[in-house]
Write a protein that binds this ligand. Structure first.
Ligand code: SF4
Ligand code: SF4
Length: 322
């Protein structure tokens, strides 16, 4: 007998899902989560609980939480852990912000949809006690340099298949791993921007700024619930591996170091701010910290559908033609 309600009623969610949780007390069993997961996402209905050991398959995309009319499904909240880290004065809390947050956060405070609130977003994070605010557009540029270089290599040497698909979306990567593993060789080997930002902070940024990497609490601020899954993948501990090879960390310290420690969503930041009664609209604009507070237009257009590959293609064009 399954521990889940029938998938004909609603989408099953595992208690250890790192991205999504359900509040049983408020679920009205309307089935909207089931419809989006089976329809637009094509996950529910494409596995059988009797054949997965009663474990629900989930690519952590968050769309079920997006449509749940009563807020029974939500992202797994982590902002309380970031708040605790901020209160611990031994810790250096560094938040890296994804491009879309600066045009979505204002809505939560009664501003017009799409208001550009980059300066207020940074000021808010500083008011909450965050030590450094960096721009994930910095590592979006790193991702693009890698994806563009890889694309040129695929075209000129033929060592890997074409077309090349982007690798930035962890839900898409997990979908391919689960249902279409035969296309994995077509997916770029580059890590996502958040996947690159984490280890770059704990190695390069820490060294340049004279910060002990063991004290850094790395936080990604992003709209994406799948990032909560991505940062917990086994592969995402490159900083520890590197720092151990340099004699900076012991083997057990390296094993325990994650590249990125927490992911919080745009609305988690808004909840935290409202709990602290911060007057967002009247915050004075602030700027990103340096280093790693800059990015190019290639990083910004990641926020648009097709933007990642457009940035890769135009960078490849620049490399080839000069
Ligand atoms: S959409 Fe929300 S309320 Fe409706 S069945 Fe799913 S969890 Fe329950
Ligand atoms: S997060 Fe996405 S894949 Fe997982 S249950 Fe919800 S809609 Fe389905």
């Amino acid at each position: 007998m399954s521990k889940h309600l029938s998938p004909d009623i609603r989408v099953p969610i595992e208690p250890d899902n790192p991205s999504i949780k359900r509040n049983e007390a408020t679920c009205i069993k309307c089935g909207q989560c089931k419809n989006i997961c089976a329809g637009a996402i094509s996950v529910l209905g494409h596995y059988d609980l009797s054949k997965t050991g009663d474990r629900a398959i989930c690519i952590n995309c968050g769309q079920c939480a997006n449509v749940c009319p009563v807020g029974s499904l939500t992202e797994q909240y982590e902002y309380d852990k970031v708040e605790q880290a901020v209160k611990n004065h031994e810790k250096v809390v560094i938040v890296s912000t994804s491009p879309s947050v600066r045009v979505a956060l204002g809505e939560e405070f009664g501003m017009a949809d799409g208001s550009f609130v980059e300066g207020k977003m940074i000021a808010l994070l500083k008011a909450l006690g965050v030590n450094y605010v960096l721009d994930t557009n910095f590592s979006a540029d790193l991702t693009i340099l890698e994806e563009a270089s890889e694309l040129i290599e695929r075209i000129t040497t033929g060592t890997k298949p074409l077309p090349q698909y982007t690798s930035c979306c962890p839900a898409w990567v997990k979908f391919a791993e689960t249902y279409y593993p035969e296309i994995l060789p077509n997916i770029s080997t580059a890590k996502s921007p958040i996947g690159m930002q984490g280890p770059t902070i704990k190695t390069y940024f820490a060294k340049k700024m004279g910060i002990d990497p063991k004290n850094i609490v790395n936080v990604a601020l992003t709209p994406c619930t799948a990032k909560k899954f991505e940062i917990r993948r086994d592969e995402m501990k490159a900083a520890g591996t590197y720092l151990e090879s340099q004699g900076v960390l012991t083997a057990s310290e390296a094993e325990n170091m994650r590249d990125m420690d927490h992911v919080i969503t745009t609305r988690e930041l808004a909840m935290w701010a409202k709990e602290q009664k911060i007057d967002f609209q009247n915050l004075e604009d602030a700027g990103f910290d340096r280093l790693m507070g800059e990015g190019s237009g290639a990083g910004v257009i990641f926020g648009n559908t097709g933007g990642v590959m457009e940035a890769a293609v135009r960078t490849a064009y620049e490399y080839i033609t000069g």
